[in-house]
Design a protein around this ligand. Structure first.
Ligand SMILES: *Cc1c(COP(=O)(O)O)cnc(C)c1O
Length: 402
């Protein structure tokens, strides 16, 4: 076993997790084991190996080698309540793999209305072709959610906070209702990771993260993971193996390296994000700041109750303004790149149109002015927060008379 103990705090776990001496040998990081064929010492050993389908047993390249096993074990140790983790070539592959592992044709999946857009597409596209019906629900309307279950509903897909608009759903409540109705709960836990939100301990059955974001941490690798207790881990493993999902040892080594500094990066980007969010809150150009860590933001109370951490990702909504002004604002930013993804060391800005990607809940949010609808998502990186604020300030000044 690796040296991680139950009483270790998260930063200590992130340093120790997955580093078994049998895998690392005499170096600190698990070496990169490249391989498709694994050679057996004898025919008897090959026969014996057929009894095992577990990480830690050599079989064939698709089942990984110490580089991937070490990362999967580390992620399991960082997700409280998990017994195992499957790795996928992207976060989206992890979402698709996890949903397919718990659904059969003819069944119904309830999907939180503000999930990551590809999650929505998988549910209403791929899964539909596969004979699964997706029903989208407003996470703030608990009665409508409870009423959406019928005897064909076997799974619920959640995400916290919701993508782009960042509202925090009441996961313990939503997952408890699912359990009562005999359905399992999946959650996209990319934003907080297992370090900031113990998804399985808050009632979820499968916790999915895009490792592309915080774990990778340097915008140079794509990967995803799904972690679960014994029963659901077995389903994840079976489906992932049927789909031939595997990750390269080079990528696994990069993600493992990122994992060691992830708690530090999460802490720093959370602190900077909160500072930037508080500054934005004071600006007349800004109607709403959507940042779970910020007092007054939608879902802040739930974040405070259920989470032990946050990250650098949040959004804000311009007060009025035109599409052209929003584009000009983003174009004037110098420290924020324009691009997808987040969780890297560099800051990013992304304009979004929330109305286009929801069907069961309102945008603008209830009680808001109709003209306050243009959103910008910021991924705060490791630059100095005061430089980022100065950059935003310059961009606001530049569009003032446009
Ligand atoms: C980016 C993202 C994903 C998908 O990860 P990829 O590795 O880019 O496929 C999933 N969920 C959320 C919330 C994300 O932001």
């Amino acid at each position: 076993m690796s040296k991680t103990r139950d009483d270790h705090r998260s930063a200590t776990r992130a340093v120790l997790a997955g580093r078994r001496e049998e895998w690392t040998g005499r170096v600190v990081n698990t070496p990169i084991w490249r391989g498709s064929t694994h050679l057996y010492a004898s025919e008897e050993e090959r026969q014996e190996s057929l009894k095992y389908n577990e990480d830690g047993h050599f079989h064939y390249g698709r089942r990984g080698a110490p580089t991937q096993w070490s990362l999967a074990e580390a992620l399991t140790q960082l997700e409280p309540g998990a017994d195992g983790t499957m790795l996928y070539p992207s976060g989206t592959a992890a979402l698709a793999g996890a949903m397919m592992s718990v659904l059969e044709p003819g069944e119904v999946l309830l999907v939180q209305d503000n999930v990551y857009e590809p999650t929505r597409s998988i549910a209403s596209g791929l899964l539909k072709r596969w004979g699964v019906e997706a029903r989208f629900f407003d996470p703030a309307d608990h009665d409508a959610y409870a009423a959406a279950f019928d005897d064909r509903t076997t799974a619920v897909m959640l995400e916290t906070p919701g993508s782009l608009t960042m509202e925090v759903p009441d996961i313990p409540h939503l997952s408890a209702i699912a359990r009562e109705k005999g359905a399992c709960t999946l959650v996209d836990n990319t934003w907080a990771t297992g370090l900031g939100f113990a998804a399985l301990e808050h009632g979820c059955d499968i916790s999915i993260t895009a490792l592309t974001k915080h774990a990778g941490g340097h915008s140079d690798v794509m990967m995803g993971a799904a972690s679960a207790g014994k029963k659901h881990y077995a389903k994840l493993r079976h489906t992932a193996q049927s789909l031939g999902q595997c990750v390269s040892p080079d990528d696994a080594a990069l993600v493992s390296r990122g994992l060691r500094t992830m708690p530090l990066r999460l802490q720093q980007t959370s602190t900077s994000a909160l500072k930037v969010a508080q500054w934005l809150q004071q600006r007349s150009e800004v109607a709403h700041v959507l940042c779970p860590m910020l007092e007054g933001s939608p879902g802040h109370e739930l974040w405070q109750r259920d989470f032990t951490g946050g990250c650098g990702l949040f959004s804000f909504v311009l007060s009025g303004h035109t599409d052209a002004q929003r584009s000009a604002f983003v174009n004037h930013l110098e420290l924020f790149g324009i691009g997808y993804s987040w969780g890297g060391f560099e800051s990013l800005a992304l304009p979004f149109d929330a109305a286009r990607i929801r069907s069961a809940s309102a945008w603008p949010l209830p009680g808001w002015r109709e003209e306050d609808r243009l959103g910008i998502r910021l991924a705060i990186g490791l630059e100095d927060a005061d430089d980022l604020i100065a950059d935003l300030d310059r961009a606001f000044a530049a569009i003032k008379h446009s």
